[in-house]
Design a protein around this ligand. Sequence first.
Ligand code: CUA
Length: 341
Amino acid sequence: MPSGKTVWPRLARPIMLVPALALLALAALAGCQGSPSALNPQSPQAGSISTLAWTLFFIALPVFLLVEALLLFTVLRFRNRRGAEEPPQIEGNRRVEILWTAAPGVVLLIVLWVTFQTMAFVLESPPESMQVQVIGHRYWWEVKYPSGNFTTANEIHVPVGQTVRVDLTSIDVIHSFWVPELSGKVDMIPGHQNHAVFRALNVGTHRGQCAEYCGVDHAYMGFLVFADSPTTFAAWVQNEQQPAAQPTTAAARQGQELFASSACIGCHTVVGTPVRGVIGPDLTHVGSRTTIGANLLPNTPANVARWIADPQQVKPGNAMPNLHLRSDVVDKLAAYLESLK
Ligand code: CUA
């Protein structure tokens, strides 16, 4: 039998590792404060999910410490030694069996209860909620505002302080709507409607991401949610409801003609013109968006030209083919699209 003196000095070194690991974990968590981060909630709904995560963490922490401590103690205290006799062979202990079956059961029931509470809260949409429809496509987001009767893509605007109900479905495969700072993950299923609810608390921009593997560009299926002040939001809605602006420069005007006479019209819509394709994103106000390619690149004339010239090189696997356009045609098309503010 080893004395306590021989066991504990040997345990001291691994035990001293614990605060070091805890510090490391804290440092890693400190990186979670930016966007997107589920630990930086900006809505009551995301706050409730964050509280649940921390609750589960602090339920799991003592369980983890107790189990690991018992394990370490048992391994060291009762390990085999040279010349030791075979220990007594025992089998089963009803009291212990009942205890270690019931105790996790109780812990898991508590976890289930707090999880159900959170789920009920985050999906509750009061009747005065603003409705937005988001439809998943490989690999972008169609965004409809039924109350304003307009459609946009990949960038969702909401007014601060207003509860928003986002109705979610998909046109092709299962995607998942996730804005960590505003709402939890909700699957977007073809032929079925789910919903997410959030009320943004502060003005800000939040990154969203598809959270269900949907194909080669799954990781590039991002979007942005802009939580605007009510006046900024109203101005945005008013602009979105307008038909497309008429181009004012010569290059943009030529771009408009090229656009209307090319394959672009098979997929895209520009409200206020005869162009009414429904496969790709609505481009009526594409020039006013901050990003292109589902939050892939900043919306600049150079990036739009790069995209039109070879979409497959920019985002391999997306639905837009390389139309092998001449570079002067590409530049005119880009000038036209950028003029659609
Ligand atoms: Cu859409 Cu992953």
